[in-house]
Design a protein around this ligand. Structure first.
Ligand code: GDG
Length: 725
């Protein structure tokens, strides 16, 4: 039976020690709630740090035994691990950097070493406990190397990863010296989830630019695997906040609400952990400006400022605390009157009952982080208004939640005037507008709960595992591969047509460096020596390069997409071709080049090509679009064709293509088995020229005339190896 194995930095408990005895308190965070509400059919285990440095081995054994009964498996970290991996790399590198506070990013190798080592510890513990058919779900920024570490030892196990914080734009991400390792770590997962599409888009862009993997509709071919990248916005346990009296003392909640409302003032609520990402000083300043500018509200509004202590070992958090204290002191000092303090400031956390009483009592919640992955407080406040139906949410556009809570008053947290205007608008909003806005948001939150979030993530991960995706994209399945190999073995005369770049070899920024490696040469040698096999490499490259790299194998080849044909050791031009048109076309490509530094022109005997592999893909595609019409116009009367390949545009004689080259070999001999493999547009002609029963295989996931697909070069080589073994 498969199980769900959750891995997160912290286990959902806190451990207390009183008089030598251990006490365990469950901590009901969003994640724990979501997972608890998941289908009970599947067994769940949870692996994470116990939250406390326990060094004594007997005590560790005791904790492990106690927690094991609840399906929790603790990892023990030393004080040093905690300070370098958790407070160090996690909270002084990734946290600030991913929230666009790169001025706080600390570049220290010892933090990085500890991050790697602790991720390794997690991996070892996970590997001790998992079975091959388990579903593993790794959480958050503390464990970004873990998916690849698990994958290395358990290549077929299903791994999901969810990032709870933003993924920054490539321009920010690229600054990190450890960027590539971090990406490759996460890419060990089969499914990678984010709160919003923006984070997903930033991630895919970083993956493309740094690791070179290009996605199609969120599916990333990584080596021989297909990784699913998707958006899963996290919700809340709606009923918990809508009907808190079901969980907490109802009378206490009622008393608390009455007390909060007793002064008859409008209450503006602000709740966050003490964190520079939350925009607390900016919010206080906006409130100050509001009471300075709108005297009529003095004595009539109160800002309830709840700041929950957090990460007090990190310098910036202490500085922030001082800043908040000073600001509050200054404003209260300046505006306080007899019986009114503008800001009621609490630096502590509150039990659930009191928290929900505040949600209910507040007229306005002002939640204006400078950056926030999602922000659950905003959602909880809206749910908390279920019964009363009155209240206004002012929400930062920089919070992930702003994508869903579009009926809030959305503000830019750095724009103090925008925030002041929103406060005024909120205070004066008619009740029916309040109810309408809340109603719309509540409807969404009720539907997209944390349970929905966890279920969707896991369901999608399970579907991936069931190879549904493979069926959809006609990836060559194992049985089909075996059939192909059997057919090959059974046949007498076999034609094997292989494209070179993107099929036998991966792409490089500089095409001249894609020299065949020893493994490939050995594979091709074996294949050509297989009895009854005619092996042909059919490429867009010029014949000199092909000869230099593969000539010694003595195989047949087609160069320049079939302009040149090499059979029985001799090159021939396929038909009467001209190249006097080059002088007309070259200037167009030269002006393309001038407009696009970094691209380059390749001149072959009978064709001209413009390559944009080394520049930004979007820019290259824009240029192609701009120049396509000019080229088509110029080539129309010249009996030429414009071919768009993988990051290259090629102009050559019409009527020459890989399909024609394929026909050439088909006309020379009869074959009872045909196999063709290729990765780009130009290989489509090969596929189309072959009879329908031929084995045609496209490398990559794009639309194709081929019968099957393979993800990458690795799979192609695996297939060829099977043919020759
Ligand atoms: C990270 C991301 C993302 C707060 N004060 C009290 C209290 N809380 C509870 C709230 C809420 C939770 O803490 C805070 O969650 P947030 O989402 O607002 O923020 P982070 O802690 O920064 O969480 C964030 C989240 O992960 C999930 O993916 O949304 O963007 O930064 O549930 O209710 N609970 C109690 N007393 C308090 O004083 N009992």
């Amino acid at each position: 039976m498969s199980r769900l194995v959750i891995v997160s930095n912290r286990l959902p408990i806190t451990i207390d020690q009183k008089k030598g005895e251990l006490f365990y308190h469950p901590s009901a965070g969003g994640l724990a709630t979501g997972l608890n509400s998941l289908d009970t059919q599947i067994e769940k285990i949870w692996i994470g740090w116990a939250g406390k440095a326990i060094e004594d081995e007997t005590e560790q054994a005791e904790v492990t035994a106690d927690l094991g009964k609840q399906g929790l498996i603790p990892l023990f970290l030393s004080q040093e691990d905690i300070s370098l991996y958790y407070e160090g790399f996690s909270n002084k590198v990734i946290w600030p950097h991913f929230h666009y506070f790169s001025q706080y990013t600390t570049y220290r190798d010892d933090y990085w070493a500890a991050y790697q080592a602790v991720n390794r510890k997690f991996a070892d513990l996970v590997l001790q406990h998992i079975q091959p058919d388990d579903f593993i779900w790794v959480h958050d920024y503390q464990l970004m190397l873990l998916p690849a570490m698990i994958r290395a030892e358990q290549p077929d196990v299903s791994i999901g990863f969810f990032l709870h914080i933003p993924f920054p734009s490539y321009e920010i991400f690229r600054i990190l010296p450890w960027r590539e390792d971090i990406l490759n770590g996460v890419l060990g997962a089969d499914q990678i989830g984010f709160h919003t599409f923006d984070y997903m888009r930033h991630f895919l862009s970083a993956v493309y630019r740094i690791a070179g993997y290009e996605h199609q509709f969120g599916k990333l071919p990584v080596g021989d695997r297909l990784v699913n990248v998707d958006v899963f916005p996290m919700g809340i346990d709606y009923d918990k906040y809508a009907f808190p009296e079901r969980l907490a003392d109802e009378e206490m909640i009622r008393n608390r609400i009455e007390r909060l409302k007793s002064k008859g003032r409008k209450l503006i609520l602000s709740i966050d952990r003490l964190d520079y990402t939350k925009g607390i000083p900016q919010r206080i300043r906006a409130f100050e400006k509001f009471i300075a500018e709108h005297q009529q509200y003095r004595g009539k509004v109160t800002l309830m400022l709840i700041v929950v202590p957090s990460r007090s070992n990190v310098d910036q958090y202490q500085e922030l605390k001082d800043e908040v204290d000073t600001l509050v002191g200054k404003i209260n000092g300046q505006y306080r009157t007899f019986g009114w303090s503008p800001i009621q400031y609490y630096y502590r956390s509150f039990p659930f009952g009191e928290l929900t009483a505040m949600y209910q009592a507040a007229d306005i919640a002002m939640i204006t982080p400078l950056r926030d992955g999602m922000n659950l407080v905003a959602k909880e406040f809206v749910a908390g208004k279920e019964t009363l139906g009155q209240g206004v949410l002012i929400l930062s556009e920089m919070a992930g939640a702003a994508n869903e809570l579009t009926d809030a008053l959305i503000v830019n947290p750095q724009d103090v005037n925008d925030m002041v205007a929103a406060l005024l608008y909120a205070l004066e909003m008619p009740e029916d507008e309040q109810a309408e806005r809340l109603g719309k948001m509540q409807e969404k939150l009720q539907k997209y709960t944390v349970r929905h979030w966890a279920t969707t993530f896991i369901k999608e991960q399970m579907q991936l595992y069931e190879f549904k995706e493979r069926k959809k994209t006609n990836l060559l399945k194992k049985e089909e591969r075996n059939q192909l190999v059997d057919a090959y073995r059974a046949a007498q005369k076999k034609l094997v047509l292989l494209d070179y770049d993107g099929t036998l070899m991966g792409f490089q920024p500089d095409p001249s460096t894609v020299v065949p490696d020893a493994e490939l040469l050995e594979l091709l040698t074996k294949l050509k020596d297989e009895p009854g096999t005619k092996l042909v490499v059919i490429s867009g490259r010029d014949r000199q390069t092909l000869d230099q790299w593969l000539g010694h194998l003595g195989i047949d080849m087609a160069a320049e997409h079939g302009v040149w044909i090499k059979r029985r050791g001799e090159w021939k031009v396929s038909s009467a071709l001209t190249n006097n048109w080059k002088d007309d076309i070259r200037p167009v490509l030269e002006s393309l080049l001038e407009r696009t530094p970094g691209s380059f022109i390749e001149e072959k005997e009978y064709s001209l090509a413009w390559h944009y592999r080394t520049i930004d893909k979007d820019l290259g595609e824009k240029r192609v679009r701009e120049f396509r019409d000019v080229l088509l116009y110029l080539t129309a009367n010249l009996d030429l064709q414009v071919l768009e390949g993988n990051k290259v545009v090629e102009i050559k004689n019409a009527g020459v293509n890989k399909g024609k080259a394929t026909m050439y070999w088909l006309s020379k001999e009869e074959y009872d088995f045909q196999l063709a493999i290729g990765d780009d547009h130009t290989d489509e002609d090969t596929f189309k020229a072959l009879p329908p029963e031929a084995y045609t295989i496209k490398v990559g996931l794009a639309q194709t005339a081929a019968r099957f697909k393979l993800i990458g070069v690795g799979n192609v080589r695996q297939l060829l190896r099977q043919l020759t073994s």
